[in-house]
Design a protein around this ligand. Structure first.
Ligand SMILES: [Zn+2]
Length: 228
């Protein structure tokens, strides 16, 4: 069942809640039949969800209220409005939530998006909308054990993020360490308070994996702020 990834009590008196769905909650892929998808969303968090047409780019959209910006072509969203439900759909890429006093961001963090700078853009947009220290939580994503990578792509990623993202699969093949890259970017953004879910979507059966079985189905990270 869907799990609480984070519950942050903010100095503003607001509470930030972050959930991640699992296979048993059904696919939250945005192109699933609309009727069934609405029911699955309602079961997790009632009310309109702002979902994005994710394209592995660096665009961030500012969301001005519940249901605003639905279907925007972007890989991150930011809001300063309470009860405005933001969501990201993934099946290996890292779903990330950032919060600052009075503000919230969600980010689709795959290797292409990270390379494009989507996480930095989201942190910057959040800082403009809601100044103050940021905290982060990173949901289940593919980990090095299951994420074999070609040498040329891996070398390019190491040039950008440092050798800390070079790892090995459980079979001893070259691998990209997504959580390590996310940690490096968050630190570069000045964020020191971060939590990582330990699950690997590749080898944990609670989650879908595009890399391991070509799945078109997706889990969702869902986040919103509640005013007292
Ligand atoms: Zn794994």
């Amino acid at each position: 069942m869907a799990r609480n990834l984070a519950c942050w009590h903010q100095p503003t008196g607001w509470t930030v809640r972050v959930l991640v769905s699992e296979v048993v909650d059904g696919s939250l892929a945005v192109d699933d039949p609309v009727g069934a998808l609405r029911q699955r969303r309602e079961a997790l968090r009632p009310g309109p969800w702002t979902w994005l047409r994710q394209v592995h780019g660096d665009r961030v959209v500012l969301i001005d209220g519940p249901g605003d910006g639905v279907g925007s072509e972007a890989d991150a969203s930011v809001t300063v409005r309470s009860d405005t439900v933001l969501s990201i759909q993934v099946a290996d890429c890292a779903p990330i939530a950032l919060a600052a006093p009075g503000g919230l961001a969600v980010v689709h963090g795959g290797w292409r998006g990270l390379r494009a700078g989507v996480l930095e853009r989201a942190s910057e947009c959040l800082a403009e909308a809601a100044p103050g220290p940021q905290v982060a939580v990173v949901g289940p994503c593919i980990r090095a054990c299951c994420y074999e990578f070609g040498s040329a792509d891996l070398d390019a990623l190491c040039t950008q993020f440092g050798e800390g993202v070079r790892a090995l699969t459980s079979g001893g093949r070259p691998a990209f360490d997504v959580p390590a890259a996310v940690r490096i970017v968050l630190e570069r953004c000045g964020i020191s308070s971060m939590e990582f879910d330990g699950a690997c979507t590749g080898c944990d059966e609670r989650y879908w994996s595009h890399r391991v079985d070509g799945s078109d189905r997706r889990q969702a990270l869902v986040a919103w702020m509640e005013a007292p």
